[in-house]
Write a protein that binds this ligand. Structure first.
Ligand SMILES: [Zn+2]
Length: 105
């Protein structure tokens, strides 16, 4: 019998057999776009991630450390300081989000 912590709470399967998170990632429709802030600063916005199913804080932390930039996450949006649209999309794809579901504007 597997340890309880290794069992998915949604489907009841052991974590190594569970595909819940993969399914959620396939269902996300993500928008990556640039917002101009005052004083001409660029902010890259990653929008459309379901924060109930995806650990937004963890994803945002990964993006910030890989892009070596500051940022925040709130209301299901990740904000990254600077223009990191292309690279952020690459990291999302690496993290399991399908490229077809990511719109880079
Ligand atoms: Zn599951």
């Amino acid at each position: 019998m597997a340890n309880l912590s290794e069992i998915c709470s949604k489907c009841g399967l052991p974590k190594d057999l569970c595909v819940c998170e993969a399914i959620v990632k396939e269902q996300q429709r993500i928008r990556v776009f640039l917002e101009k802030r005052k004083w001409g600063r660029d902010v890259t916005i990653v929008e459309g991630i379901d924060e109930k199913s995806i650990n937004l804080k963890e994803l945002s932390g990964k993006l910030k450390s890989r892009l070596a930039c500051g940022g925040t996450e709130k209301n299901g949006r990740i904000e990254l300081q600077g223009d990191h649209r292309e690279k952020a999309a690459e990291i999302l794809i690496e993290s399991g989000f399908p490229a077809d579901n990511i719109d880079v504007e």
